[in-house]
Design a protein around this ligand. Sequence first.
Ligand code: MSP
Length: 515
Amino acid sequence: MTETFYVTTAIAYPNGDPHIGHAYEMITTDAIARWARLEGKDTWFLTGTDEHGIKMQQTATALGITPQELADRNSARFRALAETLNLSNDDFIRTTEKRHHESSQEIWRQMAARNNGDIYQSVYKGWYSVRDEAYFDEAELTDGEGGKKLAPTGAEVKWVEEDSYFFRLSAYQDRLLKLYEDVPDFIAPEERRNEIISFVKAGLRDVSISRTTFDWGIPVPGADGHVMYVWVDALTNYITGVGYPDTGSEQFKKFWPANLHVIGKDIIRFHAVYWPAFLMSAGIPVQKRVFAHGFLTSEGKKMSKSLGNVVDPFGVVEEFGVDPVRYYCLREISFGQDGDWGRDKFINRNNADLANNFGNLAQRSLSMIQKNFGGVLPAAEPNDADKAIVQTVTDGIARITAAMQTQQVHEATGELVALLSAANLYFADQAPWGLKADLPRMGTILVTTADVVRRAAIVAQPFIPASAAKFLDALAVPADQRLLVDAQSAYTIPAGTALPPPEPVFKKFEHAKAG
Ligand code: MSP
């Protein structure tokens, strides 16, 4: 049976335009999804928008529109971003959809009904941050200007007192700790895992999971005036996306539990504590893994509207093209660590790795095949030097594959560059341009190099899909020979294959002049 793979991004609040941090999460998750497909897995990739909550309601009020209008307007921007970034998502979920209301109400009923009821009614008295859509303990707060109380995220908190339903999270401490122990790779990276284990060990309080002071949310079944706390419905998107509440459906049986939730480090508690507890409570298997990536700054500074340094992902794709932007996100930033969007660093990466390294290797070998062999692939008779580079590529692909098993996308792209560098050295050492008197040898070097380009382009597809496809087209590689297994063997393009004249795939960009 074909192995399956279900991967998700967080669903963003569409209370404003998407920024480069959202793009970063989409791109890295897309690379992971595309890698799974490259391995031949039956893959489902879900992204979408998280449209309820006070933040949405307040933003809409400030703009003089309804929350639904705000959600419609900005959700469309996130959907457009997914297209602009060439995402391969199979679905785009909006939490205002009917399917999602049904799903959220059903998980609520299950949590209320099972285990003698994990949901009970009481009064919530405590601090709430609208920006984070999160509750905080007094002990976590600091004093801000003008007597304001601040959450650890820097957002202002307000005191709330209201009738509310609670989820008995306190009852899940042991089960959660056992989960982290039994499934050591449940939370990545390691520092996040440690953070969560100490958080849970310190003791868990029950969480308030409904609100009565506003109505922009999913109604709690059988409880007039209560809407669900936005995180209850937000997390539930991951099961709605594969057909919940129809747990007997093909889609649900095939893809749940999800293999991986990719999220930012700021929302790890929701995904590694609340979500598995909700699922256990509702009698649904828990997801297999959560990977928390870091935060992106812009030219070394935290992005903020007031600083005017928020990077617009549509703008950078418009200026540089999608694949260089994807590549930068995957290669420059260690996945799991914080990173930075920097224009000069971006240009350096593009010029060095894509234009000079990958682009030149392809362009030089393919144009020599055109010039010296009329565009018809010659036969190869590999000697030891040729066999050595073939082996280097085989080893490199194995390392890329290993890195992708744990989502080390920066390592994987680093290994790709390393094998291309080795191939450029090989090409320079063999100097095929000086072999006009020995065409069989020249042909062997060119075919060997072109085949490195083929194998590298196959494994590059998850990272830079459109560019990789151009290389594969230039090498006349049939559509059904572009999987990881096809990259694992060498010299698969038959001698005599006619190749189209090569076109440059990457551009070089210039740094802005000083002053
Ligand atoms: N709606 C919630 C997520 C619900 S998931 C069931 C939310 N939305 S968000 O719009 O604030 O953030 C969406 C994702 O973008 C989160 O994973 C968040 O960590 C990520 N990022 C937000 N700003 C970011 C950066 N500056 N850099 C990288 N990722 C960032 O949280």
